[in-house]
Design a protein around this ligand. Structure first.
Ligand code: BGC
Length: 379
């Protein structure tokens, strides 16, 4: 009887999960109608009877807010379904993440959810999981060079780059202007497949303007190899920006910082302040990714122009349906079976839709969507 109730509950919750879309039309509303904000706070979900199964969640770092939210959301949603959760952060240390996953396997995890520090560095430990019949779900970042991964929940990573590119294109009216604009690039970590995809999407939009001279990159650093930043380091972004400003922008202002991450936007902001730029006067257009709380506050204050909103609550919903698929035999919703070839297989994926946010739409998308409250943004 107990088992039957549990299975009914799981079916109901799964049905709710499947009903979730990740597009802008969802406007960030959580799937289950609860009032949880980005960090998972708000109405607590009703605890379910234990399934007796343990899901281990390996997250890359707590140095950036989004991963803390991702971890909290996953924990909360899995626990609400009766799973025991082992959530661990590797603080961007590849070897630490390998050890954590080894321990997760040894301590009897039934399923692994992994957001990798270095997407190619986990091949051996993933093989160990496979040999122990522990299914793996890739979370946000694709796991490369392994056939041990069952599903991948992420955002449309090329779409993130395209959205950033289109934002710059429209904001500066690149297609019609007679002006030229200076631009520098701050791209993601070379060991993260997402970073390359973002770059490709961004350049699909911006390369024609570099080619026809509307955009001028005075450092000459436009390739992914020249602009990528290992482990998404804010400090390196700041350093690079400082070097560009002193090396190439003594006589002419920098107009655009095309960055792939809110952390990079903070680094550029610090470098620009140090170089004497002023918000509202000669401050460049600065892009970002994740719509972190700090970034959203900076957007309101004018020291960052836009960010890419990725609703981690919805990503967690999608990932949880994948966990249920491998543990309970359900079918998760998949919307991409082409783009994510990890070198061993094309991983069945669900891509959530990223949304560009700026001062004109943050209220509608972020506040009305319940991601942050007005109070959080005013603190
Ligand atoms: C994620 C981004 C995030 C970046 C840095 C990427 O893998 O997709 O959302 O900004 O890592 O943490």
């Amino acid at each position: 009887m107990k088992k039957k109730i549990l299975s009914l509950m799981l079916t109901a919750v799964l049905a709710m999960g499947l009903a979730v879309g990740c597009g802008p039309a969802d406007n960030g509303q959580p799937a289950d109608g609860t009032a949880t904000t980005a960090d998972g706070s708000g109405d607590a979900s009703t605890p379910a009877a234990s399934t007796g199964k343990r899901v281990a969640v390996a997250m890359p770092t707590q140095s950036s807010e989004r991963w803390i939210n991702d971890g909290n959301n996953m924990k909360e949603k899995l626990e609400a379904l009766g799973y025991e959760v082992d959530l661990q952060y590797a603080e961007d240390d590849v070897q630490a993440q390998v050890s954590q996953i080894e321990n997760m396997i040894a301590s009897g995890a039934d399923c692994l959810v992994i957001a990798a520090v270095d997407s190619s560095a986990l091949v051996n430990v993933e093989q160990q999981a496979k040999e122990a019949n522990i299914p793996i779900i890739a979370y946000d970042r694709l796991l490369m060079d392994t056939d041990a991964v069952s599903y991948y929940a992420t955002f449309d990573n090329k779409g993130v780059g395209t959205a950033i590119g289109k934002y710059i294109e429209e904001a500066k009216d690149l297609a019609n202007t007679d002006e030229t604009y200076t631009i520098e690039f701050f791209m993601g970590s070379p060991d993260d497949n997402n970073a390359v995809m973002l770059y490709n999407g961004l350049m699909e939009v911006l390369q024609p303007y570099l080619d026809n001279g509307t955009l001028v990159c005075k450092s000459g650093r436009t390739s992914f190899e020249d602009t990528c930043i290992l482990r998404w380091s804010q400090e390196t972004a700041q350093q690079n920006c400082e070097n560009y400003l002193t090396g190439f922008y003594a006589d002419e202002k920098l107009d655009i910082c095309a960055t792939a991450f809110d952390g990079f936007a903070y680094g550029c902001k610090a470098a620009l302040e140090g170089a004497g730029y002023t918000v509202g006067k000669d401050w460049p257009l600065i892009t970002g990714q994740d719509a972190e709380l700090m970034a959203t506050k900076n957007i309101i204050a004018g020291s960052q122009t836009m960010s890419i909103y990725k609703d981690t609550r919805l990503l967690a919903d999608k990932c949880v349906t994948m966990v249920q698929a491998v543990l309970e035999g359900a079918d998760p919703e998949i919307n991409d079976e082409e783009q994510y070839d990890n070198g061993k297989l094309v991983v069945p994926s669900y891509l959530c839709t990223p949304v560009a946010v700026d001062k004109d739409n943050y209220k509608e998308i972020i506040v009305d969507g319940g991601y942050y409250t007005e109070e959080q943004l005013a603190e």
